[in-house]
Design a protein around this ligand. Structure first.
Ligand code: G6P
Ligand code: MG
Length: 220
């Protein structure tokens, strides 16, 4: 009856939201669409394709299929230029501490992210080796809040969904974890992630006692 741990990437392990924002902002400016940091909140946990659909809806722009694909490529190329310069200094506080603790106990761990760039980001920040499997934007057909991404992760880890713990910073991700019947842990503002089973501002608030309780599912 082992416990599995599943981590979202953007906003949980690394703060890439700022780079996604800059890349979307550049495209929005070119298209004459007003796009703020607040709008960027809606893009968290949402697939690249769906983000562009939302952006175009905001601007009332109808795109041909060719334009749509070209803009997707443009956004991603700008994003990748930022990602290319990333290193370990961009890992969010105390994430390695938690990953190391679980790895030493041989706890099965998966990444569960909507990003198609997940593998290269984990390589850049040197955290790839902690994960037994990566479930990313290339392995799913249904985006969060659909539970598919976490269900696949549980299957690959060989852990029952109800025995999985999910760390998420996005509303859609918490909903996906809850729909999968998993233990959801919100990272970020508790008043935003109200549906999470537990809430923490970041990993500095997560200690070994809490991790042990999760592992033994000694939780209320
Ligand atoms: C994560 C981010 C989203 C992003 C999505 C796709 O879920 O929170 O903001 O749109 O990944 O990322 P990608 O790297 O494939 O464009
Ligand atoms: Mg996220």
């Amino acid at each position: 009856n082992k416990t599995g741990f599943i981590f979202d990437l953007d906003g949980v392990i690394v703060d890439t939201a700022k780079y996604h924002f800059l890349a979307w902002k550049k495209l929005a400016d070119e298209l004459g669409i007003d796009f703020t940091e607040k709008d960027n909140e809606r893009f968290k946990g949402v697939s690249r394709k769906r983000c562009l659909e939302i952006l175009l809806e905001m601007g009332g722009i109808k795109a041909t299929e060719e334009q749509f694909s070209a803009w997707l490529v443009e956004k991603n190329e700008d994003y990748l230029a930022y990602i290319d310069a990333m290193d370990e200094s961009e890992i969010l506080p105390d994430v390695p501490k938690v990953l190391k603790y679980l790895k030493n106990l041989k706890i099965p761990m998966a990444l569960g992210s909507a990003s198609k760039n997940a593998r290269s980001i984990l390589e850049k920040v040197n955290l790839l080796s902690y994960f037994d499997t990566l479930v990313d934007g290339n392995s799913v057909t249904k985006a969060k809040p659909d539970p598919e991404v976490f269900q696949i992760a549980a299957e690959r880890l060989g852990v029952k969904p109800e025995n999985c713990v999910v760390f998420e910073d996005a509303l859609a991700g918490i909903e996906a974890a809850n729909r999968a019947g998993m233990i959801s842990i919100g990272i970020g503002e508790a008043n935003v992630l109200t549906a999470a089973r537990f809430n923490f501002v970041d990993f500095t608030e997560i200690d070994s006692e809490f991790l042990n309780n999760l592992i033994h599912r000694n939780i209320k």
